[in-house]
Write a protein that binds this ligand. Sequence first.
Ligand SMILES: [Zn+2]
Length: 323
Amino acid sequence: MNDLIKHAVCGAGISRRRFVVAASVATAAVWLAPRRLWAANGGIVQGIVDAAALNKITVQPLRGNISALLGSGGNIAVLTGPDGKLLIDAGIAVSQPGITKALAGLSDDPIRNLVNTHWHFDHTDGNNWLHHAGASITAHENTRKRLLIRHRVEGWRFTFPAAPKGALPTTIFKKSLVLDLNGENILLDYYEPAHTDSDISVYFSNADVLHVADTWWNGVYPFIDYSSGGNIDGSIDAANANIARVTDNTIIIPGHGPIGNKAQLIDFRDMLVAIREKVSTLKESGKSLEATIAAKPTADFDERWGQWVTTPDAFTALVYQGV
Ligand SMILES: [Zn+2]
């Protein structure tokens, strides 16, 4: 393990520079059109970083002492109180000034804890600065494993360097962990492989607020990271598990997209199931990937769901890979 950590530290200098922004994108928006995101130098990953650099961080109070910060990669949740701030996900490092300002606007409590919902850069790129600002980092053991080493995400056509030492989770778990902070009982639970093999949910049981990580993209086709152990059937299982544990009163924080509710979660699950069935029927009939894409199995859903990072063709390919 020492060698791996050393490797991570050595890689840090070069690595983080990749995420520094060439602020050449003309328009700021949380939801950039997919073509625009992909067109950035460095593809989708640099496109997401560029978008974060230009975005304002929006603060959305949820319930009790829990708020959401939107506008820097994956959706961030913040719990404030006398035990110090707890953040769920770290966003993109370039958003540090905006996140710092937003956090200061919530309360004077120091930053004490950070939980990563999975290893992806748009949820962990801010780990290093948050750690140096005072946060201990907790995550599933696979998040730490994947951050420790250089890792290629084929679906994004991008190779991520090892994370710097300060970015690594120091408290890890396999199945579940309970945190008691600021009067909240916070349940961290591992999903079986779904979006990746490192996804966890975070449930604030008193406030009835659930962060479901990237097992839910509210209103858009999800990315499924097969390079990190994810798959379509696991994604459907995770969606079903999410539906089973919430009520109409639960505030649900998706990894991406607006804060939502149970009815929207059901819509998302139904979309996944319908497209999976169409794609698997085509594949079983012997159709190649190209022929399956040409058959447009997502057509009924594209207007509503196909407007962001994962295009209809890309989503068809992700489903095809797993059926
Ligand atoms: Zn993700």
